[in-house]
Design a protein around this ligand. Structure first.
Ligand SMILES: Cc1ncc(COP(=O)(O)O)c(C=O)c1O
Length: 396
């Protein structure tokens, strides 16, 4: 007999996977060019040239026993030092390799941080904000802690501070933020982050223990003109930065990222070992070495991200012109407009008649909205505007 917990999910349906299957079937009927599949957030551009070049050089020239050997649990020291140096140059910090912990993408980075600051099966809780990346529920559940979701401030997708203040209590171990945000594309302003920092400082004093910010930043590099992504760790000392190379370097399949924390962060002297303990509980010790070496030798490089800016400009203007209400995305490759009827599931179902494949906001904790993943060829985004217009017309 297999695990009840996992067996019960065998037939569970994933909205995004269902949409993906739907798109494939529809493409077979009417041709892929005629289906506007905006369901999946897979980077649509090639990794930077250095990625394949560096990987090939390492495989050709370096000692295979060392390249393919077990790396240390925290990550390869010189790679962590290279990342520390890059962050120091960009954000005026003073990280060393002792402040960087290599992970299997942002997923493991966030999960390890949740585990590092909380205790399984207690009343410990993590707070996040709608709309949120649905996997956060899985990360919290596997860590045996509660994830409390603060309702969205749908005017601008900044933080609803009244609701947050009421939610923080003695059991709060961390606030999990994601800016630039999947699915809204919103970027937290400096003002928002300073206000958050001040509130948490006051709450730490009140409860006499630390409340961390876990800052999930896989989209940090995908920022649009006119927006700035403030460095959270520079604003609030107890910040655990979770980074991933999946999106900006277009290497999601290589599963590589890191956690960074400053020496100002409470318990920073043991945090590296605590994170390593959390990773071990996830049944991995050390991140595959080849791509640690690749990112270590490619610091500061990204894929050509300009297509996301172009797509955002085309799509955002097109949506507003067609009468949709949408907070302007400041980064990522997502937009999150309001659906034209309260039931976003029904709206996305109707969108299929116009060959638009869209994801209802319900799964992101924000009904009444839908997500457009515009990591698609520019011409497709351009052609989709007519479909969005026709869809809007159908509601008049
Ligand atoms: C907000 C957010 N966090 C974490 C992840 C997981 O990233 P990774 O693929 O690097 O594990 C994703 C992936 O889409 C994401 O959108």
């Amino acid at each position: 007999m297999l695990s009840k917990q996992y067996s019960k999910n065998v037939n569970a349906r994933s909205v995004i996977r269902d949409l993906f299957e739907y798109s494939k079937a529809r493409a077979a009927e009417i041709g892929a060019d005629n289906v506007f599949d905006f369901s999946i957030g897979n980077p649509s551009v090639q990794p930077p040239e250095c990625v394949t070049k560096v990987a090939a050089e390492i495989l050709a020239n370096e000692d295979p026993v060392s390249v393919h050997g077990y790396p240390s649990a925290e990550g390869i020291p010189w790679v962590r030092k290279a990342i520390a140096d890059e962050l120091n140059a960009r954000f005026g910090e003073s990280y060393t390799e002792k402040n960087i912990f290599m992970t299997i993408g942002a997923a493991a980075a966030v999960t390890c941080c949740v585990r590092a600051v909380s205790d399984f099966g207690t009343n410990d809780k993590i707070i996040t904000f709608a709309p949120y990346f649905p996997e956060y529920m899985v990360y919290a559940r596997s860590a045996g802690v509660k994830l409390e979701v603060i309702p969205a401030d749908i005017e601008n997708f900044q933080i609803n501070f009244d609701a947050l203040e009421k939610a923080i209590d003695r059991d709060t171990r961390a606030i999990l933020i994601n800016s630039p945000n999947n699915p809204s594309g919103a970027v937290y302003s400096e003002e928002t982050l300073k206000k958050l920092g001040a509130l948490l400082d006051a709450k730490q004093k009140e409860y006499g223990r630390s409340i961390y910010i876990i800052s999930d930043e896989p989209y940090r590099e995908i920022v649009f003109r006119g927006f700035k992504v403030p460095y959270v760790a520079g604003i609030y000392a107890n910040t655990l930065v979770c980074y991933s190379y999946s999106k900006a370097m277009s290497i999601p399949g290589e599963r590589i990222g890191y956690v960074a924390f400053t020496d100002r962060c409470e318990d920073s002297d043991i945090l590296l070992k605590v994170l390593a303990g959390a990773a071990r509980d996830l049944a991995y010790v050390g991140v595959p070495a080849l791509y640690q070496l690749v990112v270590g030798k490619s610091t500061g490089q990204t894929a050509d991200l300009s297509i996301y800016q172009e797509n955002k400009d085309i799509l955002y203007k097109g949506l507003i012109d067609a009468g949709y209400t949408c907070v302007e995305p400041g980064g990522t490759f997502y937009a999150f407009p309001r659906s034209l009827e309260p039931d976003a599931v029904a709206f996305c179902e109707r969108a299929k008649k116009f060959e638009l494949v869209l994801v209802p906001g319900d799964g992101f904790g924000c009904p009444g909205h839908f997500r457009i993943a515009f990591c698609q060829p520019k011409e497709k985004v351009q052609r989709s505007l007519e479909k969005f217009r026709e869809l809007a017309e159908s509601y008049k």
